[in-house]
Design a protein around this ligand. Structure first.
Ligand code: OXD
Ligand code: MN
Length: 594
């Protein structure tokens, strides 16, 4: 057993000491430092195939790609087992699970004692953000899972570049991950923001185990953002190039599995000729105020961990192209000729399919062939719509912020805020129906402010205050909008075609910002009239669109009531400015004739 960490691995004494400390606790048979090389990828992949962790797919149909089947008890994020462990309970706030740091460390240390005996400990250094950017941050994840190492290699800038960036510094996020026996009774995802540390035990699922993603880039980074004056958000970033060649950028927050990856790499309808969308990021944005007084965004990630079901040549042609090679699929179905399949792929399920658990599957079966939260992990360089500015050290300037949820009623297709504070109010009160990305009931409306409910690493009342405070630093703030692609008619049919057609809504936003498009004022925000939207070539009955844009008093009264109850949870930490906005809105709604 190697417990002495070679000085030649890193110049950072703090890193060497921490690795040695975790090795003393977990007593692995060997320690492997990951360098991120191609050679290493080949070696680890061969080992994962040998161990049955990865199943090779057909090299003709899906070159360089593999299938992983997880333990069936470990297929989604487990919010009830996710904790913010701050010394003071109030710092975690009423929407996070909290446990005291000392007690939690002691419990986890107990579970981890000798947990890597007979196993390999991988040390995975990684950078979040473009290499060389002053905004990028280093993390190191210790893990006993090859699947995690290979996914981290896709999702982050992993290996020697991270150690070079760290140098002799002690400033890195310390992530300890151990799968143990994948037992839900010994599963916990714990964050210690005051120590820049994460301990995740008992799960191999991406959102729990790839510690760079939700754990570091959102929960820990949101805490750091508050003290350093920036924002870590659950947002995609896209660029829209107009026919005249100008590119503008939008950052958009949606809860998990609401089509963020689709929107981030949208293909505009042919009727909007000359427009093109570029992806900067599909899940996370780090936003800072530039010296020009605008808000600038970087995508800290290097790949996509997207939901497979529903992805097809219509909903996301770019994603279909990018998962065609060098991709790790998790919990999708497998065809007899070594290809993958999932519900909503738009091809009939092939015969002799194996379901996500490797069992024979028949069309008559009541069970899904692919798990509803099955995923692909793909390098961003596979994306045909990748922005040429994705590695720009300063990021890209943001013209609009969009909040969105999955709502069958109430929320119109699009709503424009009056100003920053109103936009923050919209984000703070947003709600969405739950999806399969987290364990638990699907389809229940819950408040999910800024789509950050499961990801904010501190008290959300303070988080709202931080958002409001950012206004004074942003001289040229982006305009804030709310969208809903999911409103339904009385028969349960979607009112808006969605996918590529969403470009029409994004275009309206840019036209609003430039003063080219109209809108009508309502007590809850500005809404386009039918002829304010560019609808050329879209066959959509006027009544249907009118219904999609309607603000209904009874629905909004219920919405305001539900937001009031949510605000109550925060007591004194809820900023008075938001309470004031809420009261004003309730009053104007009351007196309006809608
Ligand atoms: C994700 C999620 O995986 O939000 O991005 O759950
Ligand atoms: Mn997400």
């Amino acid at each position: 057993m190697t417990q002495n960490v070679d000085a030649d691995k890193t110049k950072s004494r703090a890193l060497r000491e921490w690795i040695a400390e975790i090795a003393r606790l977990t007593t692995p048979d060997r320690i492997v430092w990951c360098d991120g090389s191609e050679d290493e990828r080949r070696r680890l992949t061969a080992m994962a195939v040998q161990a049955g962790t990865l199943i090779p797919l057909s090299q003709q149909k899906k070159p360089g790609s593999f299938l992983h089947r997880s333990n069936p008890n470990d297929v989604a994020r487990t919010e009830q087992l996710t904790f913010i462990c701050t010394p003071n309970k109030d710092d975690a706030g009423p929407t996070n699970n909290w446990s005291p740091p000392d007690e939690t460390y002691a419990k986890l240390r107990g579970w981890l004692k000798n947990s890597m005996r007979g196993r390999t400990m991988y040390v995975v250094p990684y950078v979040m953000g473009p290499i060389g950017s002053p905004f990028s941050k280093v993390g190191v994840e210790i893990t006993d899972s090859i699947y995690v190492v290979l996914n981290m290699r896709i999702m982050t800038r992993m290996g020697s570049a991270a150690l070079a960036m760290l140098g002799d510094s002690d400033d890195f996020c310390r992530g300890v991950h151990c799968t143990l026996d994948v037992n839900p009774d010994r599963r916990l995802i714990c964050h210690f923001p005051q120590d820049n540390a994460i301990w995740s035990v008992g799960s191999g699922y991406g959102g729990n185990a790839l510690l760079s993603k939700k754990c570091f880039a959102l929960r820990i980074a949101s805490w750091q953002g508050r003290s350093e004056g920036w924002l870590a958000e659950h947002m995609l970033i896209l660029g829209m190039r107009s026919p005249s060649g100008e590119t503008r950028y939008v950052a958009a927050a949606f809860p998990s599995a609401c089509g963020k990856t689709n929107l981030a790499m949208l293909t505009p309808p042919s009727d909007l000729s000359g427009w093109k969308v570029f992806t900067v990021g599909d899940d996370i944005a780090w936003l800072r105020v530039g010296s020009d007084g605008r808000l600038w965004a970087v995508n800290p990630e290097n790949g996509y961990f997207g939901v497979a079901p529903g992805t097809n040549a219509h909903s996301n042609p770019n994603a279909m192209a990018m998962v065609g090679h060098d991709t790790i699929f998790t919990n999708v179905a497998m065809t007899p000729d070594g290809d993958v399949w999932w519900e909503g792929m738009d091809t009939a399920p092939p015969v002799n399919l194996l379901d996500w658990q490797g069992r024979p599957w028949h069309q008559e079966s009541n069970d899904k062939a692919a798990h509803p939260n099955s995923r692909f992990t793909t390098p961003m360089t596979n994306n045909p719509a990748l922005s040429p500015h994705v590695n720009d050290p300063e990021g890209v300037p943001i013209s609009a912020i969009v909040f969105g949820g999955r709502r069958a009623t109430t929320m119109p297709l699009v709503l424009e805020s009056e100003n920053w504070a109103h936009g923050v109010y919209m984000g703070a009160t947003m709600g969405s129906e739950t999806t399969a990305a987290a364990a638990g009931a699907v389809g229940v409306v819950r408040r999910d402010p800024m789509a950050m409910l499961p990801f904010c690493g501190y008290n959300m009342g303070d988080y709202f205050a931080h958002w409001l405070k950012m206004q004074s630093a942003i001289k040229h703030p982006p305009r804030i909008f709310m969208v809903n692609w999911f409103r339904k008619d009385r028969d349960g049919k979607f009112l808006w075609p969605g996918y590529g057609e969403n470009m029409r809504v994004l275009k309206w936003m840019l036209d609003r910002i430039d003063g080219r498009a109209g809108a009508t004022d309502t007590p809850v925000g500005r809404v386009p009239r039918l002829d304010d939207l560019d609808l050329q070539g879209l066959e959509l009955p006027g009544d249907q669109l009118r219904e999609d844009l309607a603000i209904k008093k009874d629905e909004w009264s219920a919405e305001i009531e539900s937001a009031s109850n949510f605000f109550e949870k925060f007591g004194g930490t809820m900023p008075p400015e938001l309470r004031e906005k809420h009261r004003g809105l309730a009053q104007s709604l009351n007196s309006a004739h809608l």
